[in-house]
Design a protein around this ligand. Structure first.
Ligand SMILES: Nc1nc2c(ncn2[C@@H]2O[C@H](COP(=O)(O)OP(=O)(O)OP(=O)(O)O)[C@@H](O)[C@H]2O)c(=O)[nH]1
Ligand SMILES: [Mg+2]
Length: 281
């Protein structure tokens, strides 16, 4: 799959992160729970240097629960604290906040007499586009402080948000890295919504999604759309059958494959077909 995304605002995002990392005590690196490895940003890792970080696995409601737990345990074994957080129902947000605060306070000078941290903690929230950075900040501060949206590239500048506890959080624009050479990683990033529309061929993406589902979750398409699922090579046939079932027809009465692709991608991203983890350990 060839992916093009325009690096103009990415270059800006990279510069902004590089400028802000020295200002914070800890970085919360957000990774999509559906792709905990593919959403790991090598550029961010490089920029962090020795800065303390914790990993938050976002959108766990869309991912396979057992795999999320396994990945969290793996990251912990590798020495990074990891918490799954659902910005929709706040599950995990308190734990994440506590962990981030504790990690931050280890680096802040303390009052000699009372042992209190001498200033409030500063926490950066960073990660790939659309991973849920702004939504997480809103969940943590319990108000709509940062703008969010279903497409990548919503946050374009930095924004400091102060929590009731005094802790300061920095929302940042999503960052991708300059080369997506691995077609599997490119597919996973695109299908989960990290890459802007126009950066990839939508129909090709959905064909790959169908192939993935037939291979790894063979019952899902049959259950959701009541279509026969013979083999992954039949992606276009499967999409045509879905189009007939759902009445996605063009003016002449034939199936409108572009509309079917939109429908399948949307339903996958909304979790209507079930919960999936695309990365394997
Ligand atoms: N299902 C689910 N959706 C979520 C969750 N958190 C965020 N979202 C959705 O993910 C989409 C992206 O959220 P944002 O908070 O705007 O993501 P972002 O990382 O700030 O995106 P950019 O600023 O564009 O880089 C929105 O449609 C959110 O509603 C979650 O825990 N579960
Ligand atoms: Mg944002």
């Amino acid at each position: 799959m060839s992916i093009q995304w325009f690096p103009g605002h990415m270059a800006k995002a990279k510069q902004l992160l590089a400028e802000c990392i020295p200002l914070v005590d800890v970085v919360i690196e957000l990774r999509d729970a559906r792709i905990p490895l593919s959403s790991s940003n090598p550029l961010l890792a490089q920029m962090l240097g020795g800065k303390p970080r914790v990993i938050a696995l976002t959108k766990p409601d869309l991912a396979d629960e057992r795999r999320t737990a396994a990945f969290a345990a793996r990251f912990e074994r590798e020495g990074v604290v990891c918490v799954a957080v659902n910005a929709r129902d706040n599950k995990g947000t308190r734990e994440l906040l506590n962990v981030a605060k504790q990690t931050a306070e280890r680096t802040i000078p303390r009052d000699r007499a009372y042992g209190r941290a001498l200033r409030t903690s500063r926490v950066m929230v960073a990660g790939i586009p659309n991973v849920g950075k702004s939504s997480l900040i809103n969940a943590l501060c319990q108000r709509k402080a940062a703008r969010t949206g279903a497409l990548p590239g919503i946050t374009r500048a930095k924004q400091w948000i102060r929590l009731a506890s005094g802790l300061e959080m920095l929302d940042t624009p999503g960052l991708l890295w300059p080369r997506l050479d691995d077609p599997d990683i490119a597919f996973r990033l695109a299908v989960t919504g990290a890459i802007g529309e126009g950066g990839f061929d939508r129909f090709e993406l959905v064909e790959r999604l169908v192939q993935f589902l037939v291979r790894e979750y063979p019952a899902v398409l049959a259950e959701r759309y009541s279509v026969g699922v013979a083999s992954a090579a039949d992606a276009t046939c499967i999409l045509t059958a879905i189009g007939e079932r759902r009445g996605c027809l063009a003016l002449g009465g034939q199936v409108d494959l572009a509309r079917v692709a939109d429908l399948v991608l949307l339903e996958f991203r909304l979790g209507k077909m079930g919960r999936f983890t695309l990365d394997r350990e």
